[in-house]
Design a protein around this ligand. Structure first.
Ligand code: SAM
Length: 261
């Protein structure tokens, strides 16, 4: 592809990603905390606060895995509802709220459904679990108010297909937010980070999850992901990243609102 995953053959990559996430599913959440020192929670909070969810919204969380981002979105919407005075109106809107957790891997979704059960959300009509491929979504055009993909886009085979699908399902004015890890550029911190990710993370993977190879893949996939390449955007008069650049290019042709942060 044009996004730098040439070394791995396409079918090999999707097969490998399938194996990795089937294998890590049961330990995924605890490993996220261990590997990031809990930081992933703060990053996801930031993502959801930037999304600015609202009662009645239709939202698609792609590569949603065990549901972390979707739980946070639903929690935010429920808090808005609790604060709202017009309970009746808000109740109607809650009926309409739909948050779709879409992931290609049934094992990850099953862990997510179990977590939903533990949180008393299993019967919640607002949360819908969907097995599906980010590159070929089974949702209608122009149906979503929001689209998030957290730590997912580097695992797909064709990033451009994922972006095109996101664009297709979003309504005009709908919001696309992508949270991803990339490389550290600051000297010294970069060396520390490299040591941590290439030596410490696979060792933790072996120790905690008994699976060194999958964690080796996760570290590798971050290294292969495009760095925070910056380009100057005339439209926004600011430096933006590669993925935002794609969206801005589309925005020039169409007025779908893309927020850059
Ligand atoms: N978003 C979740 C989070 O932040 O905790 C899970 C992220 S996890 C690192 C990456 C997820 O992407 C896995 O659950 C994996 O199954 C999913 N995935 C990989 N390729 C996919 C694809 N083509 N379509 C949908 N999901 C995919």
């Amino acid at each position: 592809t044009s996004f730098g995953f040439k070394e791995v053959r396409e079918e090999e990559k999707s097969q490998m990603v399938g194996t990795v996430f089937s294998s890590v599913a049961s330990n995924y959440d605890v490993m996220n905390d261990v590997m990031s020192g809990g930081l992933h929670r703060l990053w996801k909070d930031r993502l959801v606060s930037k999304l600015n969810p609202f009662p009645g919204m239709k939202h698609l969380d792609v590569a949603g895995g065990t549901g972390d981002v979707s739980f946070k979105i639903l929690e935010t919407i429920n808090n808005i509802k609790r604060r709202a005075l017009q309970d009746v109106l808000e109740d109607d809107l809650m009926e309409e709220t739909r948050i779709y957790v879409c992931d290609i891997n049934p094992n990850m979704l099953n862990v997510g459904k179990r977590r939903a059960l533990e949180r008393g959300l299993r019967e919640n009509k607002s949360l819908v679990w969907v097995e599906g491929d980010a590159e070929a979504l089974r949702f209608e055009d122009d149906t979503m108010d929001g689209y998030t993909i957290a730590f997912g886009i580097r695992n797909v085979t064709h990033i451009e297909k994922v972006l095109a699908e996101a664009y297709r399902v979003l309504k005009r004015g709908g919001r696309f937010l992508c949270l991803e890890l990339s490389q550290v550029e600051v000297p010294l911190f970069k060396e520390l980070y490299n040591y941590y990710s290439f030596s410490v993370i696979p060792a933790i993977g072996e120790l905690v999850a008994g699976d060194r190879d999958s964690y080796q893949y996760l570290v590798e996939s971050i290294r292969r992901f495009p760095p925070q390449m910056r380009c100057y955007c005339e439209l926004h008069k600011m430096n933006i990243s590669l993925i935002n650049a794609y969206y801005v290019a589309r925005q020039v042709q169409d007025s779908t609102d893309i927020d850059i942060f």
